[in-house]
Design a protein around this ligand. Structure first.
Ligand code: ATP
Length: 212
């Protein structure tokens, strides 16, 4: 990672992949510039926020011209480390884990699951979506220098696996189990509980109308 770029606020950083995907499509269709209003419509972020976000990138849109698509794209590529693939390990090759292995984030070319672990003898030793599945006992041996993990195991085994990952120097965990994980402060856990997300969507649909 380079230190030359200024620190971007977290909320802005979260929107980067959204901008990046849209700009890649624009570029592919031959567009050279884009206005914050066009971007706003496409990514559903208000244009004042877009202008503020882009000012962090040193991209100052010109009135009546908009933003230079190439400039933004090269900035995003550098910032999101698109040239460097981040290798990821997946734990639990069940229904959800299998779906991830088959999908393997191929549209988002900077992350790739390269190894998977399970305890089921039916799954260990096979390949799913081209990714080898090892026994959990081989975690320490096969993890290599991977620093990002996805957990799609049953909730009750999430913490012990996490503890081993922490020992092994993991930096980030995408946790799809309902378990709340205890990790040291320097390790980042993003928790995605699909059942909770779906319930909360349904709740909002029931209780709040979109146009209020
Ligand atoms: P399936 O229908 O294949 O069982 P599932 O997603 O409904 O999938 P879960 O019980 O959530 O099943 O388990 C997910 C996966 O995690 C399974 O493949 C299971 O073998 C695996 N698993 C269970 N315990 C562990 C463990 N300690 N370490 C790694 N993987 C495990």
């Amino acid at each position: 990672m380079s230190n030359e770029q200024p620190k971007i606020p977290q909320a802005t950083a979260k929107r980067l992949p959204l901008y990046y995907r849209f700009l890649k499509n624009l570029h592919a269709s031959g567009k050279q510039r884009v206005s914050s209003a066009e971007l706003s419509e496409a990514v559903k972020v208000d244009s004042a926020t877009i202008r503020r976000d882009f000012s962090y990138f040193g991209a100052l849109g010109k009135k009546g011209y908009g933003y230079n698509v190439n400039y933004l794209l090269s900035f995003f590529r550098k910032t999101l480390d698109q040239d460097e693939i981040t290798e990821v390990a997946l734990f639990g090759v069940g229904n959800l884990g299998t779906a991830f292995l088959n999908y393997n984030f191929s549209k988002n070319n900077n992350t790739k699951i390269v190894v998977a672990f399970d305890v089921d003898p039916e799954k260990v030793g096979k390949e799913v979506g081209g990714v080898p599945v090892y026994h959990l006992d081989e975690l320490e041996e096969k993890l290599g220098d991977i620093t990002v993990a996805i957990l799609t195991v049953p909730a009750q085994v999430a913490q012990p696996i996490t503890d081993r990952l922490v020992q092994r120097g993991i930096k980030g965990i995408l946790n799809f189990t309902p378990a709340r994980l205890n990790v040291p402060e320097n390790i980042r856990v993003h928790h995605i509980d699909l059942a909770v997300e779906l319930q909360s969507l349904v709740y909002f649909l029931k209780h709040y109308s979109n146009d209020q």
